[in-house]
Design a protein around this ligand. Structure first.
Ligand SMILES: [Zn+2]
Length: 136
């Protein structure tokens, strides 16, 4: 048995990260490719639902439209307005809006607080000495 602690659902997290980056890259490239971006974001949401009962990363979750599942990029695919101590993100394709309260300026979501971190797993690739000898 190895002492290295295994990350539960590592492949799912990697896949979600890749899909988010691909969707972001396609959405920022041009508006004509919005369908592909929505497709990738839809896949991302489906993977996250199957993986861990919903998306755990709040920054990722907040940038996905609930109506059409396109990526919400301020100024590109959504407009951001501040009204009555609320930040309102409105999707430009389906007009669905997300409202975030800003009454408490020091508010931090639970996943971004220090006390929410239980353990940090290190997955940096270890240098294998056997490979270096073969590459001479
Ligand atoms: Zn939308």
């Amino acid at each position: 048995m190895s002492k290295v602690k295994q990350c539960v659902g590592k492949e799912g997290f990697q896949r979600m990260n890749y899909l988010y980056q691909a969707s972001n890259a396609i959405a920022t490239e041009s508006k004509a490719n919005n369908v592909a971006s929505v497709f990738y974001t839809n896949l991302l949401v489906n993977v996250s639902k199957r993986q861990s009962k919903g998306c755990k990363d709040i920054a990722m979750k907040r940038t996905v439209c609930k109506g059409c599942r396109c990526l919400l990029l301020a100024g590109v695919t959504c407009k951001v307005r501040i009204k009555k101590k609320k930040v309102i993100w409105t999707c430009m394709s389906c007009r669905t809006s997300k409202v975030f309260e800003i009454r408490n300026r020091n508010y931090m979501p639970w996943t971004q607080r220090k006390e929410s971190v239980v353990d940090i797993l290190d997955y940096t690739p270890q240098q294998d000495l056997g490979l270096e000898k073969n590459n001479k």
